[in-house]
Design a protein around this ligand. Structure first.
Ligand SMILES: [Zn+2]
Length: 176
């Protein structure tokens, strides 16, 4: 069962057509009640958010970043972020790794994915792709998005808060 319009995340409950600013109305479109524009026919098909996370192998351990931004500011986590429009999950993982740790990551390999609600907004579904890669350049340092960074041996990694990262790490440990 797909969520009803009333169950959409607040940021998905659009009121006006993005193309011509007509007030949207509700109606059956492809067997589901959806918001659409009676003026131009634009239909709102809400999509999940897509993100990518990456285990970086570096100097005999795994790179962790300490999150600078809410939600969950201060936790230690694997690099992670949204896949931007026009970007592959692999490219997003490489970009986020650089933004959060300063390292250039290569030899990316897909491990697993998870579908789960956002911690910040339980009505927002996320699909998170999990990868492993190794540092092939750059320098490890804190960034605007990370107050600190560290390398931790795999056996000594602290518990990760986000379930997508727990699942990625489990797949990595299982040799996935
Ligand atoms: Zn319209």
């Amino acid at each position: 069962m797909l969520p009803t319009i009333d169950e959409y995340p607040a940021r998905y409950q659009y009121r006006f057509c993005p193309l011509d600013a007509t007030l949207l109305v509700r109606g059956l479109v492809h067997d589901c009640e959806r918001l659409y524009c009676p003026q131009c026919g634009w239909v709102w098909y809400p999509l999940p958010q897509i993100a990518a996370t990456v285990i970086i192998e570096y100097q005999g351990g795994i790179v962790l970043a300490q999150r600078a931004l809410p939600p969950d500011a201060g936790i230690w986590h694997l690099p992670i972020g949204h896949v931007e429009f026009g970007e592959t999950p692999e490219a997003a993982a490489i970009r986020e790794a650089a933004e959060e740790t300063g390292l250039i990551v290569g030899d990316l390999r897909f491990l697993t994915y998870e579908v789960s609600p956002s911690y910040a907004d339980p009505r927002m579904p996320y699909i998170v792709f999990g990868f492993v890669g190794c540092a092939i350049g750059g320098t490890l340092h804190p960034t605007a998005e990370s107050t600190a960074v560290q390398v931790v041996p795999l056996a000594d990694l602290p518990p990760l808060k986000w379930s997508s990262q727990q699942k990625t790490l489990a797949a990595y440990r299982a040799g996935g």
